[in-house]
Ligand binder design. Structure first.
Ligand code: ATP
Length: 285
């Protein structure tokens, strides 16, 4: 009895405001809230959207992650209907920034790319592949730091770096997905299970994002000046890249983005190399 009351005293106090929605995703709604009186973001996930016999990798991964460029999970609660992930509060997404909806001071482009690459490299170092890197899933903190978020689609990978695609294929927007990932669409569950992908699918998505970040919304697989449409996914599959039409070849990021968006996974740059070059560039400026 005494133990119970002690637990009750120490249980963190979480609140959230139903009318203060910070964002919505396919499976969750994120509210402004507090944890022990401090401002936080509360991601509310309907329990029936979580598959019963499949581990909840979002929660498992986030509990293990602690890095300045990864959104921190502070607390988890559950009731009959919902799971609540209490997250460090951020101000906006990279999508808001590239669409010019977020106008606060930001780090230099080079530092921003470095931060995003460091976050993804850390996630890989902990044995997880994110699989949904896109501008909506990188958050901006009040101090202007970039943080990788939304681990709803992440998975652990084997020491070889590979993982099976099982029932999954691209989710939501497909314009940041690697070609091998897009090619899973329409395949049967059995065929998907035979296909192994590796962590370089995150590198591909991050490379596309780097370009969008620098060019404020353009895409390396979209014809410059034309709207980013479904044609992008087809261009990714067929290797139609328009990097040289939109970025000078002597721009420090040209070679990096080109290396990260190679069609063949084995040819794609590793994040160590990306980070090394960004650091050198960063020191020059
Ligand atoms: N920690 C946070 N601070 C502020 N806003 C946040 C935070 N986490 C999420 N958001 C907002 O909520 C939106 C949806 O969150 P999230 O991407 O985690 O949901 P989801 O349902 O998993 O999305 P998806 O459809 O990409 O799978 C984000 O794009 C962002 O606008």
């Amino acid at each position: 009895m005494e133990e119970l009351s002690e637990q009750a005293v120490h249980k963190p106090l979480m609140t959230f405001e139903r009318d203060k929605i910070l964002g919505r995703g396919t499976f969750a709604c994120v509210f402004y809230g507090t944890l022990n009186g401090k401002p936080v973001a509360v991601k509310r996930i309907q329990l029936h959207d979580l598959e019963e016999f499949i581990p909840n990798w979002e929660e498992i991964a986030m509990k293990q992650l602690d890095h300045e460029n990864v959104v921190k999970l502070l607390h988890v609660e559950e009731n009959e209907d919902f799971k609540f992930l209490v997250l460090e509060l951020c101000e906006a997404t990279v999508d808001d920034y590239i669409r010019r909806r977020y106008m606060a001071d930001m780090p230099s482009d080079c530092e921003a790319l470095y931060q995003m690459a460091s976050g993804v490299q850390y996630i890989h170092s902990k044995g997880f592949v994110h699989r949904n890197i896109k501008p909506e899933n990188v958050l901006i903190s009040a101090s202007g730091d970039l943080k990788i978020a939304d681990f709803g689609f992440c998975k652990p990978f084997r020491p070889s770096g590979s993982f099976s695609m099982s029932s999954s294929g691209p989710r939501g927007t497909r314009i940041y997905s690697a070609p091998e990932f897009l090619q899973l669409e329409g395949k049967s569950k059995d065929d998907k299970e035979k296909i192994r992908c590796d962590i370089s699918i995150d590198v591909f998505s991050l490379g596309c994002m780097f370009f969008c970040y620098i060019k404020k919304g353009d895409h390396p697989f979209a014809k410059p000046g034309s709207p980013i449409t479904y044609a992008v996914a087809s261009n990714i599959i067929h290797g139609k890249k328009y990097l040289h039409r939109a970025l000078m070849q002597d721009h420090y990021a040209y070679e990096i983005i080109d290396g990260m968006t190679q069609a063949v996974p084995q040819d794609r740059w590793k994040l160590d190399r990306v980070i090394e070059i960004l650091l050198l560039q960063f020191k020059k400026t």
